[in-house]
Design a protein around this ligand. Sequence first.
Ligand code: PHE
Length: 503
Amino acid sequence: MAERDIWGNRTAFVLASIGSAIGLGNLWRFPYVCYEFGGGAFLVAYIVCLVSAGIPLLMLEFALGKQTAQAAPGAFAKIDKRLEWFGWFAVGIGFVICSYYSAIMSYCVNYFYYSFTLAWGDDPAEFFNRHVLDKTGDPEQPWALGSFRWQLFFGLLLTWSLILACVWKGTKTVGKVVWVTVLGPWALLILFVIRGVTLEGAADGLSYYVTPRWSMLWNFSPAPGEIGAHELWLAAISQVFFSLTVGFGVMIAYGSFLDDETCIVKNTWIIGLGDALTAIVGGFAVFGALGHKAHADGVPITEVVESGPGLTFVTYPEIINGLPLPHLFGILFFVMLSLLAIDSAFSLVEALSSSVRDKFGFTHRQANVAVSLAGVIFGLPYMFGSGIHWLDIVDHFMNFCGLSIVVLGTCLIVGWHFPASRMRHFINQRSDGKIDIWWDIRIQLIVPAAILYMLGFEVYVRLENAYGDFGLRSQELVFGWGMLLLIFFASVVLSLARPNLRS
Ligand code: PHE
């Protein structure tokens, strides 16, 4: 097994984990998913899922890494030799996510450049769709690739070079880089929130964000066109996992680098709450700007045209336009966004490359270069005019289905096979604050039952719809499940491959 380096000091571990958690998930994904799934109701579901599922699972991942001193595949193999593939599967899903995550980072890099001239002008939506993406018209036809966006491709290359530079020296540098990438951005975020909530018309957006329509939370038999409670809860729980980087093997790998003294329980709470707070606070800026846009266009808040993954690239420029010294704040903001994103991306690269290192004895550098090259190649589909449609499909599928499957499996494997009580004792030995049997119950029963129910429903709805309309849904089905199957086969092959532990 490759030698494991331990974090330079204790704060470095916490910062690196916060760095992995806080990223585009908070400032790009959270607002648009929240907007799509009903604002206030989603916010409530998000907080419930965070406390009842996200934080217990984050604790579990840290403990699993620490207990086994292995990245994900090795960790699951230690529980049961036949389960190594499951660790690869988790890391595989994370890698697919990372491939589009870096495409969004490329948008950020491009927007950094556009900030010098405020190139988006008065109509950021038109600019984003036409000039940046040259988006293909009909979302039902993502097969028509559209034009290759060279500037996005250069952004992607730059992004991966930066990620590679960050991971080059292992966890010791990771620990240092995050000081800049986590603490710096917060100040700017607060400024954006203040501007966002004071824009004209912001109140409507904010009230959509903080006033839940409670009935949405238990609307289990939605009328056509309405959002069902299953989907809302699934969206919330997968956003929690995505944002905490739980279910990708990342926190298992980070836990494996942990020293003996660090309190697992307390630090998990710090990391979990720090992450959630960033998303929720950032939401005020975006919803303020949404209210402003709705007000300016004279439409209700639910009908602001831009929704989906493009939303934040329209709302932030809108806020920037309303600031004094907009060029300066534009530049600062997109640097901040890229900084927040970069440690999330390199945590995933680290998870994958430490898995490869543990198993095949690759050197750190070989593994990182290989992963980064693969990242560029897998990022190519998103560089076309149809890229954002693909991104939307892959994002939805990987998070709603792939991620839920991984979390479900983790609960079953650690909850029942390890089992949970043993893991709880392990955690309690290493923590000042203690967890009780309630933790076991959540890991063994509540979380898996809830996921199974929502996932079952999601799959059912998707199958139903796909037969009725052969548009986006059927492509999603073939493509999404095809991709999951591919990741599954790749995981099995990797787990069967003979280890080479020369290093
Ligand atoms: N947690 C990261 C964020 O919120 C997203 C992420 C998911 C990063 C998976 C790496 C792997 O931005």
